[in-house]
Ligand binder design. Structure first.
Ligand SMILES: *Cc1c(COP(=O)(O)O)cnc(C)c1O
Length: 375
């Protein structure tokens, strides 16, 4: 008989999600408007600190789309994007008719390489196409090299759109990820550190940007008694039901982060004596990862696939690392700067089950596969 499935990163509900949903029903605010929305935004604002303003939306992708619009990206513009990421980081660039320029990873955090970033900017300037925005990602919850990337952003005066979809609860130098960008983005998809079933947020230090995001997300209605529009709008606001789930999830966010960090320690112990396996770890004490997913590098592609299939045989879900965007058929014509670091990580990398609700008995099953495989 097949054993129960162990998922990579399943939803994990707390106590009060259904209570907040019930309140929305009691108030009859079954709409993209209401108390849960306001409260969820306040919860996120006080969690992220730094005086940020948060607009909750119906996906992280929508937040990136609106973020690029607010930062002034137009058709024909060029936007810099980390290559090693999920396609949602870059698709909105194409929605706007702009062109992505892909940047390789550095080996320590697997995020945007500052050296390749500066090369790409200089190349753009030389071609008369200075990039409009830098989209940079905290992949798997590991903060990117915030100080180095920010220094380049300031030097060339190009704003950062911080894709913090995987990094709610991570910190760099004591500051929460999701508060570093001119605009930052969170995701509450079903597999993320907290979920609203589907959802996202646009974060900014500017109240004006928050208001603009909400305006665009609710069909860009001008101030008039009738429906009047001077701009193209979108239907991107979060529902008050989903925001109720979000309020419940905020109560357990800290414990979810703790649980994922403990799972990371579990893997670290497990792989301690297997010298051919490399676990993605915080490079130094400025980096605090929520360890959304624990990820390992194996010798090569064959070894990685062999281990993935061993897990699959016993109904344990693992997943190859994101395939870099510059290798995706849909983006293969776009510019790329780097030295194939992301390609190497993709070939050798495997994401391991990391859900905050992973049980002790699940850990035993995972450990058994690993011990058998490396013996
Ligand atoms: C999940 C994710 C997104 C998109 O968020 P959705 O809410 O699924 O639209 C964007 N970037 C990264 C890196 C992600 O992991």
């Amino acid at each position: 008989m097949q054993q129960e499935k162990i998922w990579l990163s399943p939803p994990h509900m707390g106590k009060n999600e259904q209570k907040f949903i019930a309140e929305a029903f009691a108030d009859n605010f079954i709409a993209p408007l209401g108390k849960n929305l306001d409260e969820f935004e306040e919860d996120l604002e006080s969690y992220l600190e730094q005086g940020v303003n948060v607009a909750v939306l119906n996906s992280g992708t929508a937040a990136i789309h609106l973020g690029l619009i607010i930062l002034g990206v137009k058709a024909g513009d060029e936007v810099i994007c980390q290559s090693l990421t999920f396609s949602a980081s870059v698709n909105p660039v194409v929605y706007l008719g702009a062109k992505p320029i892909f940047i390789d990873s550095e080996i320590e955090t697997w995020n945007m390489c500052p050296v390749a970033l500066e090369q790409a900017i200089l190349d753009g300037i030389e071609r008369g196409k200075k990039p409009k925005v830098i989209i940079v990602v905290h992949l798997y919850g590991m903060p990117f090299k915030v100080n180095e990337v920010s220094a380049i952003s300031e030097k060339y005066n190009i704003p950062i759109l911080e894709d913090s979809a995987e990094a709610l609860g991570s910190l760099f130098d004591g500051q929460k990820c999701g508060s570093f960008g001119t605009i930052s983005v969170l995701s509450f998809n079903g597999n993320k550190i907290i979920t609203t079933s589907g959802g996202g947020a646009l974060v900014s230090k500017s109240k004006k940007i928050k208001n603009e995001a909400i305006f665009l997300a609710t069909q860009a209605k001008d101030n008039a008694p009738h429906y009047q529009h001077s701009q193209i709008g979108y239907n991107y606001r979060m529902s008050n039901i989903c925001a109720g789930i979000g309020r419940g999830q905020m109560e357990v966010l800290d414990s979810h982060v703790l649980a994922r960090r403990e799972i990371h320690v579990f893997y670290k112990t497990l792989f301690k004596n297997i010298s051919t396996v490399l676990l993605l770890e915080e490079p130094d004490n400025r980096f605090t990862s929520n360890h959304w997913l624990s990820v390992v590098l194996l010798d090569d592609y064959e070894k990685r696939e062999a281990l993935r299939l061993e897990f699959d045989k016993v109904n344990i879900e693992t997943r190859p690392v994101w395939k870099p965007m510059h290798l995706q058929p849909v983006f293969k014509k776009e510019r790329y700067f780097g030295n194939k670091i992301a390609e190497n990580i993709f070939e050798r990398g495997l994401c391991l089950p990391s859900g905050s609700n992973l049980l002790e008995k699940d850990k035993k099953r995972i450990a058994n596969v690993i011990k058998a495989f490396f013996n």
